[in-house]
Ligand binder design. Structure first.
Ligand code: GLY
Length: 343
């Protein structure tokens, strides 16, 4: 069993690479362990865990509401859950976001952990302590930063993932390569086929390198005021595309990465040859690099983003593959970047 440790100011997380069934057997005897999962995960893995106390929320982003959090609170009250209890979110990013938020606010915080079942959740959503829900159409508008006690990574969950969800998660892996880890990027260029065929060794390398890069960033800047902002590469444009088009998160981020790489090239940071390498890798994974969405609508959505205020915006741009910088740009400059990838 391989373990990595994330040490942040508010707490630490053990990232444990192990087997979900073995993990369940270790929590079975424990008092008041409550699982939070969604309908899809229950459908596939219910037989492994339905002897445990469980609350089931709806599947997907639509579950990221205060109403879901309230339902979890109601259940916690009903089961007399207290600070000696443990809540475990078993599912994708929406499950970890909602579970982490409910656990970190109930009684001002009770212990929680995650067993992420999607690639996106394994490499991003479940690591780093950002928990929260959407509000009035704004993504992750209400939330906390509080670290889970553990995160159980079982690669075998990925074997049941629909291919579009695997690709969506790969966008976050590629992001990490572009902005933090050149070696990972080169590995992905050479090994995208075995990864997509779910070859154990290649998948394990890509996932653990991505997690390790994120652990190191969050360890330096848990609250997203400096280094962690680099993880937002592709997301300024990508979140807006996601909101306007309804494309999956990773697919939108892929297009956002192209727009923001092209902006980096326009500013003279990133050679155009590197932009083309990024686009080639995204295409090789099966991710889109352009969107049929209206650039006017996307720019409007960017201006309403919670991270956006005034005329300027901080954005993560690659200065070369494997190294990102945070740069303040005029919002106006995003117009050209968006127009390069949207209609
Ligand atoms: N998903 C970006 C972050 O955790 O900061």
């Amino acid at each position: 069993m391989n373990v990595m440790k994330l040490q942040a100011k508010s707490g630490s997380t053990k990232v444990i690479f192990s087997d979900f069934e073995r993990f369940l057997s270790t929590i079975r005897g424990r008092a008041k362990v409550l699982l939070v999962t969604d309908e899809n995960v229950l459908w596939i893995y219910g037989d492994k865990m339905n002897d445990l106390d469980m609350i089931v929320i709806e599947a997907g982003e639509s579950a990221k509401t205060l109403r879901s959090v309230e339902r979890i609170y109601e259940y916690l009250l009903e089961y007399s859950v207290d600070r000696s209890s443990m809540i475990v979110g078993v599912g994708g990013g929406a499950v970890s976001d909602v579970t982490g938020f409910a656990a970190s606010t109930f009684m001002r915080g009770i212990p929680f952990g995650f067993a992420p079942t999607t690639l996106l959740a394994q490499v991003d959503a479940s690591i780093g302590g950002k928990n929260g829900v959407n509000f009035r159409g704004f993504k992750n508008m209400i939330g906390t930063v509080r670290q889970p006690e553990f995160c159980l990574i079982d690669f075998s969950f990925l074997k049941t993932l629909p291919s579009d969800q695997l690709m969506s998660g790969m966008a976050e892996v590629i992001k990490c390569g572009v902005i933090l880890n050149n070696k990972l990027f080169e590995y992905l260029e050479e090994n995208h086929s075995p990864i997509l065929s779910l070859d154990d060794q290649s998948l394990a390398y890509a996932v653990s390198e991505t997690i390790s890069a994120k652990i190191s960033v969050v360890g330096k800047d848990e609250t997203d005021n400096g280094e962690r902002m680099k993880l937002n590469f592709g997301h300024t444009v990508g979140h807006a595309i996601e909101k306007v088009s309804g494309l999956p998160h990773g697919h939108s981020i892929a297009i956002g990465m192209v727009a923001e790489s092209r902006l980096a090239a326009r500013k003279g940071f990133l050679p155009i040859a590197e932009v083309l390498r990024i686009e080639e890798l995204l295409k090789a994974i099966g991710l889109p690099t352009r969107s049929g969405t209206s650039s006017t609508d996307v720019l409007e959505a960017i201006s309403k983003d919670k991270k956006s205020s005034g005329d300027s915006i901080n954005i993560a741009l690659p200065e070369k593959i494997g190294n990102g910088i945070i740069y303040k740009i005029k919002k106006q400059e995003l117009k050209y970047a968006v127009q390069e990838v949207c209609k």
